[in-house]
Design a protein around this ligand. Structure first.
Ligand code: AMP
Length: 189
């Protein structure tokens, strides 16, 4: 069983690359953002709690996403591998994930990081707001908060995974196919 993490700032193209990777390598895609949006749509208590946090661009509490991830892992042990997208987003989440996988006598194989500048992040999010109608993409204040949260809370994961020799960075500017080609080469190594 392979465990990959797709990493990068909001708007890096994680969702687009995830869809291609999942299909080519037969992986189970776990996007915490998608799972949370599903809860919001279904109007569950968790969804109601997450809705306001997401609208502001803040991160939902670690315990909530860790619970969702644990559930996905234990209920999908028949798949070839996992591709986590948008998780972990804090060092505490990364530590929790390491612990969950250690309990299954396994661990993360690699972090696939898509690198783009803050300027491109802004452009891509504005573009996505028009296509996907995501509330958290439409508001400048929310976008700024998400980028600030990324730098403050998520970027420290780079050092965390570099220390484990599991961090691999890919240039995120170029066509979808070019970026997919760079990542595929790594997976097939
Ligand atoms: P995404 O679709 O990955 O951009 O996620 C949308 C929003 O969901 C984020 O801006 C956060 O508010 C929330 N979210 C998604 N994944 C996580 C996570 N791992 N930890 C905390 N909040 C998350």
């Amino acid at each position: 069983m392979k465990y990959y993490i797709l990493f990068g700032p909001p708007g890096a193209g994680k969702g687009t690359q995830a869809a291609l990777l999942v299909e080519k390598y037969n992986l189970h895609h776990v996007s915490t953002g998608d799972l949370l949006r599903k809860e919001i749509k279904a109007g569950t208590p968790l969804g109601l709690q997450a809705k306001e946090i997401i609208a502001k661009g803040d991160l939902v509490p670690d315990a909530i996403v860790e619970g969702m991830i644990k559930n996905e892992i234990v209920s999908n042990q028949d798949v070839k591998g996992f591709l986590f997208d948008g998780f972990p987003r804090t060092v505490a989440q990364a530590e929790a994930l390491d612990k969950m996988l250690a309990e299954l006598n396994t661990g993360i194989d690699s972090i696939i990081s898509i690198a783009i500048s803050d300027e491109v992040v802004h452009q891509r999010i504005h573009h996505r707001a028009m296509i996907e109608n995501r509330a958290d993409d439409a508001n400048d204040e929310t976008i700024r908060t998400r980028i600030a949260n990324y730098h403050e809370k998520t970027e420290p994961l780079i050092a965390f995974y570099k220390a484990q020799n599991k961090y691999f960075e890919f240039e995120g500017e170029g066509t979808i196919e070019e970026i997919f080609g760079r990542i595929s080469k790594h997976i097939e190594k």
